[in-house]
Design a protein around this ligand. Structure first.
Ligand code: ZN
Length: 198
């Protein structure tokens, strides 16, 4: 196979879930059938890489320094929902059950992967807690061992600032990820949230 084709196949494998076979299929499809689509992909990728960064307040992906959720005056800044990833923000938004603000961890505590409090934005979250405007922090991490460890850490931190911490209810299956849960189940999980145990 030509080196350029091999190179392209290898490059596509940076996408999640794309193995060598799928990458090869994509490359042949693009080159045989959709070169125009490929150009558009390059432009869209290039623009996103150039312009999309992280919100300075909540760490959501955003092309502005303050994202659309943090800057929306109709959202309630006294309720903060903490999630692991930008996908989770989109999933919770689709449930239309939440009108507060978000904080995106961009992961969870996981010492084996070198994800400590610093990596998941705890200094920024603590600064937010210290401002004193938050009445409730809803912990909506994934129901996994790492997600629970993260909940525990943040609930402890919230307690030192006397902020009530709640955890979204069951209905989110253990080991499942928020982003794969349907909007109705997620709405129920949010409305059935419980206070974190001391
Ligand atoms: Zn934001």
């Amino acid at each position: 196979m030509s080196p350029l084709l091999q190179n392209l196949i290898q490059a596509l494998r940076c996408l999640p879930g794309i193995g060598p076979k799928s990458a090869q299929r994509m490359v042949f499809h693009i080159l045989q059938k959709d070169r125009l689509g490929a150009r558009r992909l390059i432009e869209a990728l290039d623009a996103a890489l150039e312009k999309v960064g992280y919100c300075q307040e909540c760490r959501m992906l955003s092309e502005e320094s303050i994202c659309e959720y943090c800057s929306n005056p109709r959202r309630d800044p006294s309720v903060l929902c903490v999630v692991e990833s930008p996908d989770d923000v989109i999933a919770i938004e689709s449930s239309q059950q939440f009108k507060g603000q978000y904080f995106v961890l961009m992961g969870h505590l996981s010492p084996l992967d070198r994800m400590g409090p610093e990596e998941i934005g705890m200094p920024l979250l603590e600064k937010r807690f210290a401002l004193g405007a938050i009445r409730e922090v809803i912990l909506a991490t994934n129901p996994t061992v790492e997600g629970e460890a993260t909940v525990h850490y943040i609930a402890e931190m919230a307690r030192t600032y006397k902020i009530p911490a709640t955890r979204i209810a069951h209905g989110v299956p253990m080991g499942g990820e928020l982003k794969y849960i349907d909007a109705g189940t997620l709405a129920q999980a949010l409305s059935g949230r419980r206070h974190c145990a001391e």
